[in-house]
Design a binder for this molecule. Structure first.
Ligand code: SF4
Ligand code: SF4
Ligand code: SF4
Length: 275
């Protein structure tokens, strides 16, 4: 992915988010969407702008701006369960509101356009995990990615049971589930990072959202590409990738291609500007 004119990218992303913000505001008659998607769009385009100015913590700035907003404002203050359980919950109640729209935009249809940008720039779980010391994984990937499917199924069973058994105060339970779920995610994520010496171990093996993210990001329009004319095969890019992606292979089937979080570490470290 080349940022030949980074200002254009920054403006285009802002316009895209503002369009979504205005469309949802007008169709849902709720000004919250204007504020919500406007804020996220401004945060992301600010990050792209900072990246273009070679500010080394550009991605972290966006991650904190968006991640804290989602966790503290939407999750804790507005009591909206934005985890996968919240998605099932609002889907079952037939309410196409914040959590379902959030999943549709960021995690189901959005990845067709911007891949796993959510994972690199907005996720509040990874926002904390990225502070840990193992930014570059110490070893090769483990073959335990199947765990994510179990977590995915359990989340569905949990919410399904609330409806099946006619449990009262589902809203209250969902808020408690959000708080407990996040605490568990942070605990497991931090533990795994230290055990496997890999900050993103949770993302690679446990996170249930990747069941949506991976297949959709396979088709992503936005992706890192390698200019074979410039590449000298030094391998520096692969060494710094937190997700073990083979970004020197331009095919869709490249190794761990659906894991790319667009963090741009490979781009920053390529001595030949080949990425
Ligand atoms: S894989 Fe899951 S935990 Fe990791 S960044 Fe993506 S959504 Fe967040
Ligand atoms: S760092 Fe650049 S030159 Fe080296 S292998 Fe990667 S793309 Fe090629
Ligand atoms: S280092 Fe490159 S290939 Fe790896 S996740 Fe970041 S952007 Fe994607």
């Amino acid at each position: 992915m080349k940022l030949k004119n980074p200002y254009i990218h920054s403006i285009l992303i802002l316009l895209l988010f503002l369009t979504v913000a205005v469309l949802l505001w007008l169709t849902k008659h709720n000004i919250f969407y204007l504020f919500n998607f406007g804020y996220i769009g401004i945060s992301i385009s600010l990050g792209i702008f900072l990246f273009s100015r070679k500010y080394p913590y550009a991605r972290r700035v966006v991650q904190l701006l968006v991640g804290l907003y989602m966790l503290v404002y939407l999750g804790i203050i507005c009591r909206e369960n934005m985890q996968i359980e919240g998605f099932w919950y609002y889907l079952f109640t037939g309410v196409f509101e914040a959590a379902t729209i959030h999943y549709a935009v960021a995690k189901i249809f959005g990845p067709l356009l911007f891949g796993r940008g959510w994972c690199g720039y907005a996720c509040w779980t990874a926002m904390i995990l990225d502070f840990l010391p193992y930014k570059i994984p110490a070893g090769p990937r483990k073959k335990i990615g199947w765990i994510r499917y179990i977590v995915f199924a359990l989340s569905l069973v949990f919410v399904g049971a609330l409806f099946l058994f006619g449990i009262r105060d589902k809203e209250g339970i969902m808020f408690t589930a959000f708080l407990v779920g996040n605490a568990v995610y942070y605990g497991v994520g931090i533990l795994l990072a230290f055990l496997l010496k890999d900050n993103r171990a949770f993302c690679k093996y446990i996170c249930p959202v990747t069941v949506f993210l991976k297949p959709m990001s396979y088709f992503s329009l936005l992706r890192i590409k390698c200019d074979k004319e410039k590449c000298v095969g030094c391998g520096k890019c692969r060494k710094v990738c937190p997700m073990n992606v083979d970004m020197t292979d331009n095919s869709r089937k490249r190794e761990n291609g659906t894991e790319c979080i667009l963090c741009m570490e490979c781009v920053k470290n390529c001595p030949k500007n080949a990425l």
